[in-house]
Design a protein around this ligand. Structure first.
Ligand code: GTP
Ligand code: MG
Length: 345
C-alpha cells in the first residue's frame, strides 16, 4: 500500500555451505531463469546480493507460488564464500540473514564448512532450510529441466530414486547428529521446529520451484512481523566490504536492512577509531543481471530502500570497517545517531 509509510521489507536470505557445493550456481540458476522468462529487467542485482521480486519468484515457481497469497515483496539472496578462509564473511552473511539456505552437495554430504555454517545458524538462531544440491549427478538421473521435485521424482527409475533417498537420509541423519530435527520438506508441518530438506539441482533447475516456494512460505508465515518497517525512514545497514572504486575512492558495499538511503543523505559509519560522519557522494547499483562481482558496472541511483545491497561512495571512508553499522542521519539528531553507532561497535 503506497499510502502507508509502514511496509513490508524483503527478507534477507543468506546462502551458506561448503566450498563448491553450488551456492553461486543456485543463484545463477535463479537469475538465469528470470532471463529465460524475459523478465531480466525486473531483477535487481546488488553487491554480493540478488533481489528477486515476488512476481519473478512466482514465475519460476509456477503453481507452487500464487502471488496473491503473499504480501512480502520478494527475497534478497546473499551469496557467501564456502572456502575455509572466509569465516568472517560467512558470519557476517549469517548475522544479516532473516532466513538461510544451507547448500549441501548430495554426493559430498556434510563437510567442515557445512558444520561451521550450521554453527553460525545455531548461534544466530536463524531459521533455515537445506538445499540438497546436485541431484542430477545421481547415476542414471533423468533430467526434467526446471521441474518441481515431485514431477521429476516420478520420472526416475526406482533404482535412481532410492539412490537419491539414501543420500537425502544421510543428510537428515547428519542434521540430527547436530541436534536438528529434519525431514524432506514436504513432510514438515512446522518449519520453526523442523528443518526442511529440499532436493535441487542448480544445474538443471529441478527442485528450484520448490526451494523458492518454501523460502517464500517460510518468510510469509514466520517473518512477516519482523519485516514491518518504515520504508521511508532513515536507512540502517551493515558494511559488507570496504573497497576502492575507480573514480570514487573508498566505497562501502552495504546491506541495507531498514529504511531508505538517498543520494543527499548524511551518514554515520562505524570506523576503526571513531564513528565516521560523512555525506553520500553516490549510491551505486550494479546494472540488472550484470555479473555481481564485476566492478565498473554500476548505475547511480537517487535512493534505495530496504532490503537491498548498495555500494556507497562518500568522503572519509578509509577507516570504515567491514561488519560495522551504517546509519542515515537525515532529520535526526546527529549526536544521537553517533551514539547509536558507537554502541553497536
Ligand atoms: P564457493 O563459492 O567457492 O564456496 O562455491 P559454490 O558453493 O558457490 O559452488 P559453485 O556454484 O561455484 O559450484 C561449484 C561447481 O559445482 C561448479 O563447477 C558447478 O558447475 C558445479 N555445480 C553446482 N551445482 C551443480 C548441480 O546442481 N549439478 C551439477 N552437476 N553440478 C553443479
Ligand atoms: Mg560461490
Amino acid at each position: 500500500d503506497t499510502l502507508d509509510p509502514t511496509s513490508l521489507r524483503t527478507p534477507i536470505v543468506a546462502v551458506l555451505g561448503h566450498v563448491d557445493h553450488g551456492k553461486t550456481s543456485l543463484l545463477d540458476k535463479i537469475r538465469g531463469s528470470a532471463v529465460i522468462e524475459g523478465e531480466a529487467g525486473a531483477i535487481t542485482q546488488h553487491i554480493g546480493a540478488t533481489a528477486v521480486p515476488l512476481d519473478i519468484v512466482s514465475t519460476i515457481a509456477g503453481d507452487l507460488v500464487n502471488p496473491d497469497d503473499f504480501d512480502l515483496p520478494g527475497l534478497l539472496f546473499i551469496d557467501t564464500p564456502g572456502h575455509h578462509s572466509f569465516t568472517t564473511l560467512r558470519s557476517r552473511g549469517g548475522a544479516l540473514a532473516d532466513i538461510a539456505i544451507l547448500v549441501v552437495d548430495v554426493n559430498d554430504g556434510f563437510q567442515p564448512q557445512t558444520l561451521e555454517a550450521l554453527d553460525i545458524l545455531k548461534r544466530s538462531e536463524t531459521p533455515f532450510i537445506v538445499a540438497a544440491n546436485k541431484i542430477d549427478t545421481v547415476p542414471g538421473w533423468n533430467v526434467n529441466e526446471d521441474s518441481p521435485i515431485n514431477a521429476t521424482y516420478e520420472a526416475q527409475s526406482d533404482r535412481v530414486s532410492s539412490r537419491l533417498d539414501e543420500s537425502l537420509y544421510e543428510i537428515i541423519g547428519n542434521l540430527s547428529d547436530e541436534g536438528f530435527s529434519a525431514d524432506l520438506y514436504w513432510r514438515v508441518q512446522n518449519f520453526q521446529r523442523n528443518v526442511g530438506v529440499v532436493p535441487v539441482s542448480a544445474m538443471t533447475g529441478e527442485g528450484v520451484p520448490d526451494l523458492l516456494a518454501v523460502m517464500m512460505g517460510l518468510s510469509q508465515r514466520y517473518m512477516k512481523e519482523e519485516m514491518e518497517i518504515d520504508v521511508a525512514g532513515p536507512g540502517v545497514g551493515t558494511v559488507l566490504e570496504v573497497k576502492e572504486e575507480k573514480g570514487f575512492g573508498t566505497t562501502i558495499d552495504t546491506v541495507l536492512y531498514d529504511g531508505t538511503v538517498r543520494a543527499d543523505d548524511q551518514l554515520v559509519v562505524g570506523g576503526q577509531n571513531d564513528p565516521i560522519v560523512t555525506d553520500v557522494r553516490a549510491l551505486l547499483q550494479p546494472r540488472p543481471l550484470a555479473e555481481i562481482r564485476t566492478e565498473s558496472r554500476f548505475e547511480k541511483v537517487d535512493e534505495v530502500s530496504a532490503a537491498a545491497g548498495i555500494k556507497v561512495a562518500a568522503p572519509d571512508l578509509a577507516d570504515a570497517m567491514a561488519g560495522a553499522p551504517v546509519r542515515v542521519v537525515r532529520n535526526r539528531d546527529l549526536a544521537e545517531v553517533v551514539t547509536e553507532v558507537e554502541a553497536e561497535l
